[in-house]
Design a protein around this ligand. Sequence first.
Ligand SMILES: [Zn+2]
Ligand SMILES: [Zn+2]
Length: 148
Amino acid sequence: MVLRTVAGRRTGETADDLESWLVQLQGCPDVTRTQITACTNPSHGDEAATWFYVEADPDEAVARHRCVSCGQSQHVLDSEEHWNFPRMWACPSCSQSIAEVGAGLHVEPVDQVNWVALAARCVDCGTIDGLTDFTMDPMPADEVLRRL
Ligand SMILES: [Zn+2]
Ligand SMILES: [Zn+2]
């Protein structure tokens, strides 16, 4: 667990603000690429579903999200291998549990990722909250993005 700066908090009006928040994180590897999580279930057609319930543990570096709309869930990166059943995220300001999820990647030259930060934006009040971060052996960015 390298990162504590994700514990900082502010609010954002849109998913763009969540990405901006990730990019400005201090005291950790530079975030050079961001992605807002969208559910890959084909039932959503052209309209990407971006509202999730999230379980995450900042100490164990595990996270899983479940699509509010279709119920499909996904473990982030290798979280399933050391899953420890963390509590579901709830907004620290308004207590509801539905969030947009954004990832910030530190991409080294030659397109390798060795660090990812995960954060949530409350869809109700806009509070942005750090979830956890992952340090890993360098992995191609495309593969990382698929596993978020
Ligand atoms: Zn879905
Ligand atoms: Zn809230």
